[in-house]
Write a new protein. Structure first.
Length: 282
């Protein structure tokens, strides 16, 4: 929601007067706030009240009166702003976070990662044979499958972890502050939940599985020789491992350990296929 601009010369002149500093401005700020509030311009009213309060605290004069209606409207505005921002970061179909949030949060986490002693894992997850699901059961049921998969992926995630829709039937689990073994366990547990879900209750004959590529960045102090990695590079590594999981029979989680590509859980006995080389991948 963008701030409304004053529409009359009266308010513009009052705003210009506020540029001056001094204790006498408290009443002026209150008057402007009341005028703006009466016209429904709550954001500017709130700004003027904050200016008045700042003056009060700075000069230790009597705190200005704040109309109760204005308090309620400012609280409402703040709630609506928070809700609107949250919705702008959510995928409309699955209610998981969207690509916008993923990009923003991943950049923050990678910046934090360089200065902390915790690992960071990213699992890129893709539904297996999802086109066949849409072709056989229809797109409406396909949408229900996507929604249910997200619910299953999000179950039991540790604090700070989240699920985001990467695009189409691809999702990302971001797992901050974990070690390598825990990251593999979390991704494999998510894969297993999807496989074991009673999909036939949605439609007879329906079966859904996912494949995942898990890229892990160890704590900075464990591998000081490793160059800093960016969000795009981390996702490329996860995508390369996802390709391995797909080529190894699907319904598997692929990851790297001790310089080798491995498959987690029940798929570990399969013959792994060397993944596509990714520049800078150790």
């Amino acid at each position: 929601m963008t701030a409304l601009r004053p529409e009359t010369a009266e308010i513009q002149q009052a705003d210009a007067s506020v540029d001056k500093q001094g204790p006498g401005l408290v009443g002026l700020h209150e008057s402007i706030a009341t005028l703006l509030a009466s016209r429904g311009q709550w954001r500017q009213a709130y700004q003027h009240l904050r200016s008045a309060l700042d003056l009060v605290h700075a000069d230790q004069v009597e705190e200005p009166h704040v109309p109760e209606q204005l308090r309620r409207e400012v609280d409402r505005l703040r709630r609506e702003h928070a809700e609107a921002r949250e919705q702008s970061l959510r995928d409309s179909l699955t209610d998981s976070y969207n690509r916008r949030y993923l990009d923003q949060r991943l950049m923050d986490l990678l910046t934090e990662h360089g200065a902390c002693r915790h690992g960071l894992a990213i699992a890129l997850i893709d539904l297996d044979w999802f086109k066949q699901v849409n072709d056989t059961f229809g797109h409406l049921l396909g949408d229900r499958v996507l929604q249910r998969v997200v619910e299953l992926l999000q179950q039991g995630l540790p604090e700070g972890a989240f699920c985001a829709r990467y695009g189409g039937e691809e999702f990302v689990l971001v797992l901050p502050r974990v070690d390598a073994a825990s990251a593999v366990e979390i991704a494999e547990a998510a894969r297993e939940r999807v496989e074991r879900h009673p999909w036939q209750e949605i439609a007879p004959g329906l079966r859904v599985t996912v494949s995942a590529g898990l890229a892990y960045e160890p704590p900075a102090d464990e591998a000081p020789e490793r160059p800093a990695v960016g969000a795009e590079q981390q996702l490329l590594r996860a995508d390369s491992l996802l390709y391995t999981a797909k080529q190894s029979g699907r319904n598997a989680v692929a990851y790297r350990a001790d310089g080798r590509v491995r498959l987690a859980g029940a798929a570990s006995g399969r013959r792994a296929i060397a993944e596509t080389r990714v520049l800078g991948y150790y």
